[in-house]
Design a protein around this ligand. Sequence first.
Ligand code: SAM
Length: 284
Amino acid sequence: MASLGIPQNTIEILQKYHFNFQKKFGQNFLIDTSVLDRIIAAAEITKDDCVLEIGPGIGTMTQYLAESAGEVVAVEIDKNLIPILEDTLSAYDNVTVINDDILKVDVNKIVEEKNGGRPVKVVANLPYYITTPIIMGLFENHVPLKSITIMVQKEVADRMQVGPGTKDYGALSLAVQYYAKPEIVANVPPNCFIPRPNVGSAVIRLTRYEKPPVQVDDEKKMFSLIRASFNQRRKTLVNGLGNAQELGVSKECVAAVLEEMQLSPTVRGEALTLEQFARLSNLL
Ligand code: SAM
């Protein structure tokens, strides 16, 4: 099978199967071999790796992964793509395609079955409408991971990487940076896809920490605090957290902890580092 990264080959396959793009599934297929090469290089795939691909589409990146990895498992929601994948991946005996919703399958079970529970690498050109739940699902369910190398909307890649004091900083930045080291590896313009998305894209690599960079007594509590802080971004922490019923802390208590941390009583969540959120959570 000729490389689908070459636009003409992708167009031929789409025509052969009379494929109709489904907007609701965020279908924008890659048609640029140099971008595909960069993704594979950034993910540092070797024959020792088992790779989980989310949303293989017609199998463009899957072909590259199958060439470089020991084993590839690809989860695709659109049943119309399954016969196409059987065709485009017929040359490879190290690929398993699962027709399911990545947000519903038990990823830990897949990793157990396919890689004996050892850490896998996730590589994907993600459907942009569910980028955050996919990433958070992988981290929060403690899927054994070495790294996640993904194409996402440029703005979302920026959000994952930034620190306090910028408008993009928020709950996603803190969650990603608690679990992994983020690194943008490429910016990708709309003309590298068919159909073209309305937004710019970027490839970001998240390298999973073996141990989180901060010490937290109760992870769940810290993330509830973070969510509450950014839900009401413009409010001070005293008001935002004191008003969040689910946390069960009083304004006085928040004020006392901020004082102990030598922070201003009018400080907002957007000014706190991950380390400060961890300390706040431990003290509260
Ligand atoms: N990997 C292909 C490529 O690079 O050309 C396709 C990428 S396209 C941006 C996203 C893919 O994810 C589509 O094939 C889409 O059908 C699939 N998808 C969308 N939602 C999904 C879900 N919940 N679970 C699994 N796959 C999904």
